[in-house]
Design a protein around this ligand. Structure first.
Ligand code: CP
Length: 327
């Protein structure tokens, strides 16, 4: 899936997306935060348009926030899953999309187990496709909301900041989008976890030499030694459902070696932020005590802030593709 060029008609990946395009979406999202949170009247920017949510894999956050984002832009939404649609009778996803396009939908939001399906649909249809997570490839709106959250906590310029991404990197579309988005903005990324889940080859996922000012990427398996130097730590869910997974994906000492315990969190610097894309395996990737540290004004955990920012980011992304807003 690597090195596909960024197609401005769709939002398929953060790989290849220019820093100014990332920042344009985030700045629009900032302007719409109150509307995104239901604290200001909805817009009519997409009135009369219908956004089709094609969720062929389960989701709570992404699906709900794309729906809320569309409605807060004035659009209607249509929800389809594999179960209950003719995909369960063998109709291809492309034929499904072509049939919905023939009914006048304005854009597709696509979540699926297989990497590359949003790209495949984008080639087949004439309307925008937004990738809501495809297999182990990318989850671009998650990457954008992660960056938005980090900018709130660390300041708008992430250049030179150090962000650790910890856990099941090999199976994670969230990690891939974060790696591309963060290094494009000049942040340094450290990938940490067991060697089976964090192979050294990830260091070549981005070509730092190719773009001036790009952040560096490093694999390091020693979580304890890196903690004091971090500006943020993103804990990832162990994805037992992915191919080759199951309980054998990790060994019994995973939590002891790579979990963000309260003791480890205490070794982070005072300003450091804890992220997790959700859903969380409480007590495995991080302790409840760390996850629930959301005390006002700035508890260490920004996990629910990430969720809130997701609505604004998805509003901005849909508006950019469907109404030219923020470009
Ligand atoms: N972060 C995320 O993609 O969560 P969902 O699977 O609930 O959408």
């Amino acid at each position: 899936m690597r090195n596909m060029t960024w197609d401005r008609r769709h939002l398929l990946q953060l790989e290849g997306m220019a820093a100014e395009d990332i920042l344009a979406i985030l700045e629009q999202a900032e302007r719409w935060r109150a509307i995104a949170m239901g604290q200001a009247p909805r817009l009519d920017l997409l009135a009369g348009r219908t956004i089709a949510n094609l969720f062929f894999e389960d989701s709570t956050r992404t699906r709900s926030s794309f729906t809320l984002a569309a409605r807060r832009l004035g659009a209607d939404t249509l929800d389809l899953a594999a179960a209950g649609s003719s995909v369960s009778k063998g109709e291809t996803m492309t034929d499904t999309a072509l049939n919905l396009q023939a009914m006048g939908v304005a854009a597709f939001v696509v979540r699926c187990k297989e990497a590359g399906v949003p790209h495949m649909l984008a080639k087949a249809v004439q309307i925008p496709v937004l990738n809501a997570g495809d297999g182990r490839h990318e989850h671009p709106t998650q990457g954008l909301l992660d960056i938005m959250t980090l900018r709130h906590r660390l300041g708008p310029d992430l250049k030179g900041r150090t962000i650790a991404i910890v856990g099941d990197i090999v199976n994670s579309r969230v990690a891939r989008s974060a790696i591309h988005g963060l290094t494009t903005l000049g942040a340094n990324v450290v990938l940490c976890g067991p060697p089976t889940l964090v192979p050294k080859s990830f260091e070549s996922i981005v070509n730092s030499a190719a773009v001036g000012g790009r952040g560096k990427i490093k694999v390091d398996h020693d979580l304890d030694s890196m903690l004091p130097a971090l500006d943020a730590i993103m804990m990832l869910r162990v994805q037992f459902e992915r191919a080759g997974g199951g309980p054998s994906l990790i060994s019994g000492d995973y939590h002891a070696l790579y979990g963000l315990t309260a003791q480890r969190a205490a070794r982070l610097s005072e300003h450091a932020v804890v992220l997790h894309p959700g859903p969380v395996n409480r007590g495995l990737e991080l302790d409840s005590e760390v996850m629930d540290d959301t005390s006002s004004p700035h508890g260490r955990s920004a996990i629910l802030q990430q969720v809130s920012n997701g609505v604004a980011v998805r509003m901005a992304a849909m508006a950019m593709l469907l109404a030219g807003a923020s470009t």
